[in-house]
Each structure stands twice: as structure tokens, then as C-alpha cells.
Design a protein around this ligand. Sequence first.
Ligand code: SME
Length: 180
Amino acid sequence: MVHADASNFAPGVTKEDAYEQVLLQAEGLFYEQRNWVCNLSNAAALLWHAYKSLPSPSNAVNWAGFYTFDTLSTPAQPQLILGPFQGKVACQTITFGRGVCGAAAATGKTQLVPDVDAFPGHIACDGDSRSEVVVPIVVGGKVVAIVDVDCAVKDGFDDVDRVWLEKLAELIGNSCDWPQ
Ligand code: SME
């Protein structure tokens, strides 16, 4: 039975423990549920509440969510389209290769950006964002979506974020039926 308490994180929790809880709760929520809108929505909510329960810089996260592969885009110009998220409204589509999300989609590699102003082509959906981490969700060798988290301070993310978001990306990739 789904309960909102799944997104309550204990005060003083470490970042590792918070991410572990995100993964465990996500696994539970994805049980017998493979709809990608449903699962990405719950994953965005879990991430958002996890960051808000942590000390600085994690509690300065100002956007956490997903872009999915846009099945209406062409092979000549593949693009991402906005998916479920928490935070302010964001750019609807991103061409592969553009900005941090587009770089992750085009390369299939995590992008850990300590200072977005130093990243060529960074797309400033929200001028408050100062650092960003983007992890591709790869299924069968194809990028089906990306996880994007923005932070309102520089150096908002480190290898702990990378490692856990990559685990989450793998879980999500295996737990959803993706639009073809
Ligand atoms: N800053 C991102 C765009 C997406 S938003 O941050 C939600 C980028 O450069 O890809």
C-alpha cells in the first residue's frame, strides 16, 4: 500500500542513507507498476524530499526530475522531452548534444557539473541553478531518459550523488515500460 510517509526522511540522515531510502522506497513503489509516468513521478518526489531533508548544499536543490527520449523526434535530430519533476517549470524539449542534459543523452555518460556557468552550452531553464548532475537511463544500449538534478549553489554534487543516482537510473531503467 503506497503511503506518503515513504517520502519522509529522518532528521540528521546522511546523504548515503537518504539515497538508500530513496532506492528502497522506489523499489517498493515500482512493484507491479511499470508505467513510466507513474514511476518517474514518484521517483522525483522521493528525490526532492530526500534533498530537502539534508544539510547544505543538498537542501539547495532547486530542480529534480526527468527528461525522456522524445519518440516524435527524428533520428537526424533526436531530442529529450520534459518528464515528471519537482521544481519550477522547465524547458520542454532539449536536442541531444545541447546543454548538460543533451550531453548526457548524446554520450550516455553521467555529467557532474560543479559550475554550470563554466559548462559550454548550459541551458539556463532556471537562472538560480549553479551546479547540476545528469545521469542517463540506458536500456538495451539506448538512452530512454535522463535524471537531472540542479542545485542553487556551486559544487552541489559529488561522487556520492553520482554513484547513487546511477544506481537509481539502473533501477528505473529496468522498472518501466518505455515509450517506443
Ligand atoms: N540546465 C539543463 C536544462 C534542464 S533544466 O536545468 C531543468 C541543461 O543544461 O541541460
